[in-house]
Write a protein that binds this ligand. Structure first.
Ligand code: FMN
Ligand code: SF4
Length: 421
């Protein structure tokens, strides 16, 4: 059994309170390093831990921190990304509800390492309960002297601001998130410059996911070696996997990276509900290409894993689909989401996602035309790699995979002028 890095306290009663957190090792990592360990040494320790960002792209956290100019004349910022808008993803909310102080401690240590005096938590607009819990925890941390001026009397000060979003998926993109915090419409910014160079209020800014920052206290407490003892060569540590769809035991599971996908579905999650056959698995949130049953056969859940059919670990949101589902309907549902969430700044994404949804809807309703599958692929080709932010790719990739891997379902819809399911 692997030691839990992230969920060690979630089963405890009142795990969200400061009292329970402190009784169970909470804020020990902060006490160990604040004013005692050189911030640069901390950055090196996180680099050695090979902790990779858990928001989707898997960028090494310590390397990102190292990009920040220590001598910047402008203030530096840290923003914790708690937008969690990717369909199928519900891991960060568990960390927030059950162990908010672990996240806050991770934010304070990270801010100290980077030289930040003001940090933000940007939380998804729909997460009302989660935001209330965080607000309560931040309040407790201020009162106990873990936040605010001269923390623990060690000469470091940090203000932590909770910023509520207004229900927009694209605001999870780090550049749109910064626009939103600054009070503007949440439209993504062109990169470069990257946030670590020019971010919030034009200052260097580090943006990290809730799960990434929540792992920091463990790494500081136990050391980088303990963290890298678990996982694979390129994917160290544990990861939260949120499994939804047609499994007997959906939920959030903390597992070592490199864990076999089949074992996750058939052992950890108790197999496909009703003993039905597996039709496909969306492996890492709605924007990752679907995998066929044969493609998960020997698949390890790690950043470096690859498959001819395309595998992305993404946010760790595994959506399991059984034999009853119509794949055209699933593609249409996904397309509707992306068309709704496109901010409209660039033509390929704004027009492409809208047309994709319209065409999929007409196929699903029995009004599909010969050539529609090719038209769908052509539209996706005109979105992919041609947009300002990665939402365009996120919208196109799953549609390409579904059309290519389930082509006969599209043809049957068009030939029979109805949904055959
Ligand atoms: C459309 C879109 C939505 C995103 N949503 C989230 C999100 O909800 N949470 C998150 O952590 N990252 C999200 N990201 C990724 C962020 O831009 C960023 O890479 C991440 O917060 C960095 O944190 P990490 O390095 O700790 O993973 C999104 C990206 C895009 C393009
Ligand atoms: S890709 Fe889509 S969401 Fe991103 S900036 Fe362009 S229109 Fe907006």
């Amino acid at each position: 059994m692997t030691e839990s890095v992230l969920l060690s306290r979630v089963e405890l009663e009142d795990s969200h309170t400061l009292t329970v957190y402190e009784k169970n090792g909470g804020y020990e990592a902060l006490k160990k390093v604040l004013g005692k360990v050189d911030p640069e040494e901390l950055v090196e320790e996180v680099k050695s831990s090979r902790l990779r960002g858990r928001g989707g792209a898997g960028f090494p956290a310590g390397v990102k921190w190292g990009f920040v100019d220590k001598n910047s004349p402008k203030p530096k910022y840290l923003a914790c990304n708690a937008d969690e808008g990717e369909p199928g993803t519900f891991k960060d909310r568990l960390l927030i509800i059950k162990d908010p102080h672990q996240l806050i401690e991770g934010i304070i240590i990270s801010s100290y390492a980077i030289g930040v005096a003001t940090a933000f938590i940007y939380i998804r607009g729909e997460y009302h309960n989660e935001a209330d819990i965080l607000e309560g925890a931040i309040d407790e941390a201020y009162k106990a002297g873990y936040l605010g001026k001269n923390i623990l009397g060690r000469g470091f000060s940090l203000e932590l601001i909770l910023h509520r979003g207004a229900g927009s998926y694209v605001c999870g993109d780090e550049t749109a998130l910064m626009e939103s915090i600054e009070g503007h419409r949440g439209n993504p910014r062109l990169k470069p410059p990257f946030p670590a160079a020019v971010g919030l209020y034009e200052g260097p800014t580090v943006i990290n996911n809730v799960e990434t920052l929540s792992a920091v206290p463990y790494i500081v407490n136990k050391g980088a070696d303990a963290y890298t003892a678990v996982g694979t060569k390129e994917s160290a540590g544990t990861k939260l996997f949120c499994v939804s769809g047609n499994v007997n035991k959906p939920g959030v599971y903390e597992l070592p990276l490199g864990f076999p996908m089949k074992k996750l579905i058939y052992e950890v999650c108790g197999g496909i509900s009703g003993g039905r056959k597996l039709k496909g698995v969306i492996p890492g949130g709605s924007s990752t290409p679907i995998l066929l049953p044969e493609e998960i056969e020997d698949l390890e859940l790690a950043y470096e894993s690859s498959k001819p059919g395309g595998f992305m670990l993404g946010s760790g949101a595994v959506i399991v689909i059984d034999e009853r589902w119509c794949m055209v309907k699933i593609a249409a549902r996904l397309a509707k989401f992306y068309a709704h969430e496109s901010c409209g700044q660039c033509t390929p994404c704004r027009e492409g996602t809208t047309w994709t949804y319209k065409i999929l809807k007409r196929i699903e309703e029995g009004n599909g035309r010969k050539g529609d599958p090719e038209l769908l692929l052509d539209i996706q080709d005109n979105i992919l790699g041609k947009t300002l932010c990665p939402l365009g790719d996120a919208a196109a990739m799953p549609i390409i995979a579904i059309v290519e891997k389930f082509r006969e379902e599209f043809d049957r819809h068009i030939e029979e002028a109805r949904c055959p399911f």
